[in-house]
Design a protein around this ligand. Sequence first.
Ligand SMILES: Nc1ncnc2c1ncn2[C@@H]1O[C@H](COP(=O)(O)OP(=O)(O)OP(=O)(O)O)[C@@H](O)[C@H]1O
Ligand SMILES: Cc1ncc(CO)c(N)n1
Length: 492
Amino acid sequence: MIPRVLSIAGTDPTGGAGVQADLKSIAAQGGYGMAVVTALVAQNTRGVRAVHRPPDDFLRAQLDAVGDDVVVDAVKVGMLADADLVRTVHDWLAAHRPPVVVVDPVMVATSGDRLLDAEAVDALRELVRGVADLVTPNVPELAVLAGGPPATDWAGVLAQAREVAAGLGVRVLAKGGHLVDDPVVRDALVDPDGTVVETVGARVETPHTHGTGCSLSSAVATLRCARGSWPDAVAEATRWLRESVAAADDLHVGTGRGPVSHFAGLWARGGTETPPAAAEVTEGWWRETAPVRAAIDALPFVRALGDGSLDRRAFDDYVGQDALYLREFARALAAASATAPTAAEQAFWAAAAEGAVATELQLHGGFLPPAELFDATPGPALTAYVDHLLAAVARGSHEVLVAALLPCFWVYEDVGSRLLPQAHDGHPYAAWLRTYGDQAFAATTAEAVRLVGEAAARARPEVRERMRAAFAASVEHERRFFAAPLGAATTT
Ligand SMILES: Nc1ncnc2c1ncn2[C@@H]1O[C@H](COP(=O)(O)OP(=O)(O)OP(=O)(O)O)[C@@H](O)[C@H]1O
Ligand SMILES: Cc1ncc(CO)c(N)n1
């Protein structure tokens, strides 16, 4: 269930605070963010220039537009500008009673500018008392709510938080971000009954904390839906916010106190790439290897194999090398089976291993005397190809290994199906053409292409790139292997 979270707040066109920060924060916790704008604020990382407040009935129209249509799981209330706006929001919340209401009692921006006029404080206190589940004041806001001077140390913050929690009958999340002499940042969740749950974390050395209060309150509102408990929601929200503050210096937004990087953790852990479709990946690899495949088609060996004019000694040389190849290929296929992530893939690669040593070697046994089948001296093209496959086995990545194995299917199926029309009963190599031009081999190849494509689509981008390189290298090895019998192994 994705929590539907509504921010009722002012704007920050530079995106670091207000509804813009709220929407990022809600999304970063896995919520669906919505926003009703209480004030258009011309501000940036240096300060507030002007505030444009909507008429009360227009604010109400926005709230009703959401409430009439969407089930709201949680609300975060931010900047409310003046007492009339506070009352409009209070009335709406009282009528709708969303299950989670977090109020960030925004009074002063990080830059020092006032965002709530002085007469509105009483109305805000009433809203908190009437409809809030949690209020999240910073040190100066806590002092205003308590009606005392700002605390100068953590003990003073806790005392005022207890007073406000008991007095207004609301949970207070007191924030120690402003106690800058403290080497750690403390937050305390204080219940009306005086129970305190503290979270403590390292203070990040950065001036870029614009919008931390907005971001924290929306994160807690969202996480309260998912986690079911206030202490768990606060613990996760502060952990996330610390990570986002720690990455703030990377953003380079504005010349004042810049915003935090709301998605830094997601980007680092999940990346920003949308996985490609399986077929898109393998089609890309196929296209990229077109020149090498064209060179294979143009090889005298391949042309003569197709029209039957190939010298028998050259073909026997090829079969002798290929018999040796098939046994190593089958070992690599067995390794692919052993490392397969699913039972279906395990079975596919095991069956392919069996096919390589049974069906394909049987074909070769029809050309060479069985006693001599494995007597050839391994040539350089064979050795290079097999070493490439066995290196992929040794490196241990199933994905890279199957990408390296794929051309052994795909190139043969491609060449075989295009040479097949030349086969006839008197053709000396008809058995070869019919094995690789066969429907059954095409079906196996299509399945291999599909499985490797899906493995590539699932893989991290770095792994996918290694797969691409392993595939391309194998296509080139196929070319050299076909070129070797007629002595052209080293030309390109
Ligand atoms: N330098 C910092 N290092 C780590 N965490 C921080 C830092 N500054 C703020 N935080 C986190 O952000 C939370 C809110 O900070 P703060 O107390 O400054 O709120 P605020 O004044 O309401 O924020 P703002 O007005 O900038 O939106 C803190 O409780 C803490 O969890
Ligand atoms: C709109 C808005 N809300 C809250 C804050 C507090 O950072 C801000 N600067 N702007």
